[in-house]
Design a protein around this ligand. Structure first.
Ligand code: HSE
Length: 418
């Protein structure tokens, strides 16, 4: 395609993102992109666009030879997969925001792109308005990308901000996030961390060439984070954030997870409030860089879809450089994490699983300890997210084997054993 080529769009979905895109396109005539048809599920719903644009027949879009771009921003995962697959096979370029579908079907999507040679872009699926995927794909060389720490879910960040700064209760904050169009239609996807880990699986593919099913990654949401935890955070002058993290370890493999974490004031992520997202990238020579922007909502998400549509004019495609042109990185669970764990009763906590415990508070109704766990413990067992137990990582939580040996040696030295 070239800059003057007319992009004729078939749009699937007219919810928060679809309607946002419709309005944004009306304000960007120079793009030369028009929506020919919009496929929706419910024809009865009143829509703020001419009635003749709408249809409930998906094939009217998928098999229209004039439509050269399919934009898919629907909610349901399997129909989204069908629509995107059919569109690519029919030689149409596709732009999608369906993070759950993309994360869960990444191997098939990779294969389809290779088979058809068609562009499949999905910048809006991760961190909405922040151009993070194209940057991870194009800018950062594999060897130099040391770590990424990110807030990738706007709703949970919004809820944590409203709870801890404005003293709203959890349900009020969630209701507000829903009213503002940030939350998923099933908000459990946000609160339990599914949305964040879906985005993280997609980002890992572009950052490190790691293709992993999101449900196989270690993750949690914010449903067990409580006011007692917030009080401890305040004492330590930390914030609590839901942080997605990936770090290249000394063995060349990558540690990756999505967990609540105490964040120091000087960490850029502490600056990220409400529905904003933030990404801190640490790379060789450049040191730290911080991307910041709205991570949810109609126009911020539509702006990323728009940018993808615009990129189609110069035939932009993801090359998955870290996967196909480098030796892809591998995930590892061979490291330790330093965690704060608060709980109602000691009986829920397998103390013997901790490599070390350096702090514990047992007197109160709500008890807590701070200690070190081997990461495989989080991978293999779920006591840490059951029975109202709240696990929050400490800042600089990842401890590699080498360091722990040093730590153990040091404590033995201090005890006069060696
Ligand atoms: N529910 C998502 C969020 C929407 O809160 O981040 C944007 O992907």
């Amino acid at each position: 395609m070239d800059a003057h080529k007319q992009l004729t769009i078939g749009l699937f979905g007219f919810g928060t993102v679809g309607e946002g895109l419709y309005k944004v396109l009306q304000q960007t005539p120079s793009l030369n992109a028009t929506i020919k048809k919009i496929c929706i599920k419910n024809p009865e719903k009143k829509r703020d666009a001419p009635a003749n644009l709408f249809t409930t027949e998906r094939n009217e879009l998928l098999f229209d030879p004039e439509i050269n771009v399919i934009v898919e921003v629907i909610n349901e995962t399997e129909p989204a997969f069908q629509i995107v697959s059919t569109a690519l096979k029919n030689k149409k370029a596709v732009v999608s925001a369906s993070k759950k579908m993309i994360a869960e079907h990444l191997p098939e999507m990779l294969e389809l792109q290779q088979q058809t040679g068609e562009p499949f872009l999905y910048e809006a699926s991760c961190c909405a308005s922040i151009p993070v995927l194209r940057n991870l794909e194009e800018y950062y060389d594999n060897d130099l990308l040391h770590s990424i720490q990110a807030i990738v879910n706007g709703s949970t960040n919004f809820i944590l901000t409203k709870m801890f700064e404005e003293k709203l209760d959890f349900h009020e904050a969630l209701l507000l996030a829903q009213q503002l169009g940030f939350a998923e239609s099933d908000p459990a996807l946000d609160i339990e961390g599914h949305d964040a880990v879906n985005k993280w699986a997609i980002m890992l593919a572009h950052a490190y060439g790691i293709i992993e099913h999101p449900q196989k990654l270690v993750f949690n949401g914010i449903e067990n984070v409580n006011l007692g935890d917030a009080a401890v955070a305040k004492e330590k002058n930390h914030d609590i954030k839901l942080v997605a993290q990936a770090k290249k370890l000394a063995n060349g493999k990558v540690a990756a997870f999505v967990l609540p974490q105490f964040v120091k004031q000087e960490n850029h992520l502490a600056f990220v409030r409400n529905e904003y997202n933030g990404v801190v990238i640490e790379s060789g020579f450049a040191d730290k860089q911080f991307f910041y922007g709205k991570g949810a909502g109609s126009f911020p998400t539509a702006s990323a879809v728009l940018s993808d549509i615009s990129a189609l004019r110069y035939q932009y495609k993801y090359e998955y450089k870290k996967l196909y042109h480098h030796v892809p990185n591998k995930l590892t669970s061979d490291f330790f994490v330093k965690a704060y764990v608060s709980f109602d009763d000691w009986k829920f906590i397998p103390r013997e699983k901790f490599e070390w415990i350096e702090e514990w508070h047992a007197g109160e109704a709500r008890k807590y300890l701070v200690g070190g766990l081997h990461f495989s413990e989080l991978q293999e067992n779920s006591w840490w997210k059951e029975n109202n137990t709240s696990l929050i990582l400490l800042p600089d939580a990842i401890i590699e084997d080498i360091e722990i040996r040093k730590l153990k040696k040091k404590s033995l030295e201090l005890a006069g054993v060696v």
